[in-house]
Design a binder for this molecule. Sequence first.
Ligand code: ADP
Ligand code: MG
Length: 209
Amino acid sequence: MSPFALSHSLFGHIEVICGPMFSGKTEELIRRVKRAQIARQRVQIFKPKIDDRYHEENVVSHSAQSIQAKPINKSTDILEHLYDSTRVVAIDEVQFFDEDVILVVKKLVRRGIRVILAGLDQDYRGIPFGPIPYLMAIADRVDKVQAICTVCGGAATKSFRKILEDEGQVLVGETDIYEARCGNHFEYQIDEELVSLKPKSEPIEETTV
Ligand code: ADP
Ligand code: MG
C-alpha cells in the first residue's frame, strides 16, 4: 500500500440519506447503524431536540423502528459527547441544525469517523433545506430516497404541507400536516404571501371570460 493510501485511510467519510418525509430516511439510517453494531463498531446517534414527535430519547421511523439516540440542542454538542472509541456517528433530521454542523462533520471525518446523516433535502416549498445542500456536496456518498405519492401512488420527492397558514420553514408534524407528493401533485406558488396548496388532480373550476 502506498504511503498516500495509508494516510488517506485515517480519514472517515460522509454519507447523506435525503429525500422527502416518509421516504424511509430514518429506516435507512437505523439499518446502517444496526449493521455497524453487528460489526462491533461503537456507534453514537444524535438528533436535534426540536424533533420530539415520537420519543425524546429515541430515533423512531414512521414504521415504528426505533433506536436510542442523544437529543442535542446544537450540533457542537456532538463533539462534547463523543467517546474516543466511537467509529460511527449518525445524525437524524440534520436539516434542523445550522451551518455549524458542517464544521462538526468535518471534524468527525478528520478523526476517522464514518458519519451517517439523514435529513430532508427540501422544505415544504421545494427549497433546499438548511445545511443539507452543502453536506450533499462534500459527502462521499449521497442516497436520495423516495416516498409514495399520496395522490397517485407514484414516486414522491416532495413534502407537501397541508395547512395554509405561514408557519415558517420549520413546523414539526406528521400526516396531520404533511404528505409525500410527486412533482405532479406538489404545487407551490409563492405569490406575495399566498401559497397555493391545491393538488393538480382536483377538478379545476372553469372560468368564463
Ligand atoms: P422518513 O425518515 O424519511 O420520514 P421513515 O423511515 O420514518 O421516513 O418512514 C418510512 C416508512 O413510512 C415507510 O416504510 C412506510 O411504512 C411509512 N409511510 C407512511 N406514509 C408513506 C408514504 N406516503 N410513502 C412511503 N412510506 C410511507
Ligand atoms: Mg425521519
